[in-house]
Design a binder for this molecule. Structure first.
Ligand code: AMP
Length: 265
């Protein structure tokens, strides 16, 4: 029974306008140049900036030292906005304890780091052109009708790596909410397709990344997984159930530094 609906409410973080987009505004006014050197030449309309400016932004070339050695998947290119949709998840003491345990049993050279921006991804990180931002957000808004709130439980720890194999993640996988999350992903995949953007994984494994390290450490971590999962099972009996599930009642679409929030009504 679909009595709830996901509707765009506002921009996350108190900004009430969903029209606003990040970055410098591009003037759409036509400018006729008066060329005093050669007044006989006809004036030309300027090419809009978003169509011509694809140069790498020199001030934003990736510096891994600034973010714990992480390697970005995308170089910053002017006019391109890294975009993804996710379920936000608040911090939990039980998960903190689990990560502390993982840190304590893995060798220091793994360089395990805690994840702070807890989320369950529903799209890959895709690149949106500046002028697609509003239509993309509108497409999500209009397509999300008739979704109910639902609960997902964190079932077990798994190891993931990104497609470039530059980072390895410890993730709490959710099997219980899988079907509901898959139906949201199908809706999002259709929106992405309208903009020629790639869909999420064909065989998605929804998870909350709780820690990560640089490089391809999937096999190294696999060795420690049984102990980490045994510890998770102990924590699940010792700590409140609130640590191990979330109510999915909103989604966030992050575009550059801007966040658009969608709520289940
Ligand atoms: P996230 O914390 O959502 O960024 O996910 C961590 C990494 O898991 C991402 O870089 C994904 O590419 C990776 N990943 C690998 N396989 C999958 C899968 N089947 N479903 C979802 N994410 C995956």
């Amino acid at each position: 029974m679909n009595k709830g609906a996901l509707a765009l409410l506002n921009v996350y973080g108190g900004d009430s306008s969903d029209e606003e987009v990040p970055g410098p505004r591009v003037s759409t006014k036509r400018e006729f140049r008066h060329d005093s050197d050669d007044a006989s030449k006809p004036s030309k309309l300027p090419v809009p900036r978003e169509f011509m400016d694809t140069s790498v932004d020199a001030e934003n070339i990736d510096n891994p030292a600034l973010h714990g050695g992480r390697v970005r998947s995308f170089r910053h290119v002017r006019g391109n906005w890294a975009t993804f949709v996710y379920v936000p998840v608040e911090a939990r003491a039980g998960i903190d304890e689990l990560v502390s345990y993982a840190e304590s049993i893995t060798p220091p050279d793994f360089g395990v780091q805690r994840a702070y921006d807890y989320h369950i991804s529903l799209t890959k990180t895709v690149i949106l052109k500046h002028h697609w931002i509003k239509p993309f957000v509108d497409a999500i808004k209009t397509t999300f009708v008739g979704f109910n709130k639902f609960v997902v439980f964190f079932d077990e720890v798994r190891v993931y790596s990104n497609e470039e194999k530059t980072r390895t993640f410890l993730g709490l996988q959710t099997n219980s909410g899988h079907d509901s999350l898959v139906s949201i992903v199908h809706v999002l995949d259709r929106c992405l397709a309208e903009f020629n953007l790639p869909p999420f994984y064909e065989d998605p494994s929804f998870h909350l990344s709780v820690a990560w390290c640089v490089g391809d450490r999937e096999r190294d971590f696999a060795h420690y997984l049984p102990r980490i999962n045994a510890h998770l099972a102990e924590l699940k009996t010792a700590r409140s159930q609130d640590n191990w599930y979330i109510l999915v009642d909103r989604l966030v679409c992050k575009i550059g530094n801007k966040m658009f929030e969608f709520h289940v009504k």
